[in-house]
Design a protein around this ligand. Structure first.
Ligand SMILES: [Zn+2]
Length: 86
C-alpha cells in the first residue's frame, strides 16, 4: 500500500510482509511511479477481493502472488510411498 507518512512524504509498504520501502516520496504519484518501475522489484497484485496490493522485492514471488490472488498453489507431488526408508 502507499501510505501518507507525514506532512510531506508518502511511503510504500509491502502488503504481505509489512516491510517499508527505503525511499520516501514527495507525492502519491511518485510512489506509484516507483512501484510500477520493474527495476525496483515491486509488483502490484489484485487480490481475491479485487483490491490492489503491493508486494516488495522479497515477496515478489509466484507463490506469494498466487496466495494473494487466492489461487491454489501448485504443490510438488508427495513423495511416493516406496521412498520411505531411504
Ligand atoms: Zn514483502
Amino acid at each position: 500500500m502507499i501510505e501518507k507518512y507525514d506532512e510531506f512524504d508518502f511511503r510504500l509498504i509491502c502488503d504481505h510482509c509489512g516491510d517499508e520501502c527505503d525511499e520516501l516520496f514527495n507525492t502519491f504519484q511518485e510512489a506509484v511511479e516507483y512501484k510500477t518501475d520493474r527495476d525496483n522489484g515491486w509488483v502490484s497484485v489484485k487480490n481475491k477481493n479485487g483490491e490492489w496490493q503491493e508486494l516488495c522485492p522479497d515477496c515478489n514471488k509466484g507463490v506469494v502472488i498466487a496466495e494473494m490472488r487466492g489461487e491454489k498453489l501448485q504443490r510438488k507431488p508427495p513423495k511416493p510411498e516406496n521412498m520411505e526408508g531411504f
